[in-house]
Design a protein around this ligand. Structure first.
Ligand SMILES: NC(=O)c1ccc[n+]([C@@H]2O[C@H](COP(=O)([O-])OP(=O)(O)OC[C@H]3O[C@@H](n4cnc5c(N)ncnc54)[C@H](O)[C@@H]3O)[C@@H](O)[C@H]2O)c1
Ligand SMILES: [Zn+2]
Ligand SMILES: [Zn+2]
Length: 341
């Protein structure tokens, strides 16, 4: 079968490899669509924390089950599915608390023992496989994973007021976080981005205000909108040198700043806002199974995320798909690769 590898910095090759052999508890999926994610970009550019070339890209996937292991009980050949792409060890203190995302010995696609999803076939144990509704397209099925990231980010917030939230960065993750915040009942949602297209998309999806930090003083605008008070929560969904300071400067006293972006370089952080205003800081790492299930349910119940799919490319154009997201020379939110049309 064909699989798309990052073989070197900014270099993708489609190679021929064996179809994975499934274990008794696994299913084999004929891959229909995969999504290009910010973390694939990190791998592509050589800045990923733990995935290093040569490795098969991808963790967002939808397709059809073509084979089931003999101990599989929930699925049959022909089921249309997506995958929650991480497997906990089942033994560590975090697995015991159902925090697979924090497992000390977690398996993820593209790490030893599990291939990436940018391949014609992908194997997965049945407990991380989910059926997508008959009327849900494969490409929407592929968006359930990044939506789960957004659901988790919102779930990590402990401030109870839902008056105003700021989302800094309106790429796929920021925009899906906007959707999750909207569905969670936040009254005012302020989004930022440096691209006009993304700002327009944020407004279409229900943002109260969409601000470009290259054009306006974002902190000042947020203070204006909130009568000088600041937002209850600011979520960082993009990497930029001053972005954590921007988040803490626009957050009210006893509010919260959450970091969702994987900022691979060290950036300076002014700690004073956190102290003087007693702001809490949290991180949000992928999702717990409950978040994935919630995202699954939202999509299966008809949440329309089609506007976020801006490019559909054939498998052979995987590298082009990565460069589109990287260079942002064209309007882009989510690039879907059609592994099999
Ligand atoms: N925590 C997690 O589990 C998790 C999961 C997936 C992705 N991520 C990370 O989240 C981040 C966003 O992912 P994505 O897929 O949306 O990437 P993306 O590249 O699609 O989006 C980033 C957006 O930020 C915008 N941007 C750039 N500089 C900005 C600035 N100074 N202020 C505001 N916006 C700015 C860009 O125009 C772009 O629209 C990445 O760092 C990614 O690695 C984290
Ligand atoms: Zn992803
Ligand atoms: Zn574990």
């Amino acid at each position: 079968m064909k699989a798309a590898y990052v073989v070197d910095e900014c270099k993708v090759e489609i190679k021929d490899i064996d179809v994975p052999r499934i274990k008794d508890n696994e299913v084999l999926i004929k891959v229909k669509t995969v999504g290009v994610c910010g973390s694939d970009l990190h791998l592509y550019k050589g800045t990923h924390a733990f995935r290093k070339p040569p490795v098969i890209l991808g963790h967002e996937v939808a397709g059809d089950i073509v084979e089931v292991g003999k101990n599989v009980t929930k699925f049959k050949v022909g089921d249309r599915v997506t995958v929650e792409p991480h497997i906990g060890c089942g033994e560590c203190e975090y697995c015991e608390k159902d925090l697979v995302n924090l497992c000390l010995n977690k398996k993820a696609p593209g790490t030893p023992g599990w291939i990436g999803t940018f391949a014609e076939y992908f194997n997965a144990p049945e407990e991380v496989v989910y059926k997508i509704g008959d009327n849900i397209s494969y490409e929407l099925g592929t968006l359930i994973e990044p939506l789960a990231v957004a659901v988790h980010a919102i779930d990590r917030i402990s401030v109870s007021e839902k008056d105003t939230i700021a989302i800094l960065g309106s790429g796929t993750i920021g925009l899906l976080t906007l959707v999750a915040a909207r569905e969670a009942g936040y009254k005012n949602i302020i989004c930022t981005d440096t691209q006009q297209f993304n700002l327009d998309m944020a407004l279409q999806q229900g943002a109260t205000l969409a601000l470009n930090p290259l054009e306006v003083d974002v902190v000042e605008k947020v203070k204006e909108l909130t009568n000088g008070r600041g937002v209850d929560v600011a979520l960082v969904c993009a990497g930029a040198p001053g972005i954590v300071d921007q988040a803490s400067s626009m957050t009210r006293r006893r509010g919260e700043v959450g970091i969702v972006a994987m900022i691979t370089e060290k950036i300076p952080v002014n700690t004073y806002n956190f102290v003087f205003n007693e702001i809490s800081l949290f991180g949000a790492m992928t999702y717990e199974t409950k978040d994935f299930e919630k995202a699954m349910e939202m999509v299966n119940e008809g949440l329309d995320l089609n506007a976020f799919i801006t490019q559909r490319l054939p498998f052979a154009e995987t590298e082009h798909g990565l460069s589109i997201l990287d260079e942002k020379k064209e309007n882009v939110v989510k690039v879907i690769i059609e592994v099999e049309k």
